[in-house]
Design a protein around this ligand. Sequence first.
Ligand SMILES: [Zn+2]
Length: 84
Amino acid sequence: MWGDDEKKRPMNETVFPALDPAFVALLCCPNCPERPRLTLDETTNTLACPCCERRYPIIEGLPDLRADDNEQVAAAAADSEMKF
Ligand SMILES: [Zn+2]
């Protein structure tokens, strides 16, 4: 009985600190030539670009601005399939 509390403790208890708004204010969309500021969406934990509406996930407290790379690769792959 006395060991139950320890075992029931959730393992995903680690909470990463919220992004500093001052830090978020420095982030610009790498996808847009205008480099618009990204806005933090705390409900989905993403950074959103108001220009191209692309969303960048925040992984372990760090924004992943490389998200568009995967889409470009996928687009290129789809493009080559179309030509075939
Ligand atoms: Zn953008």
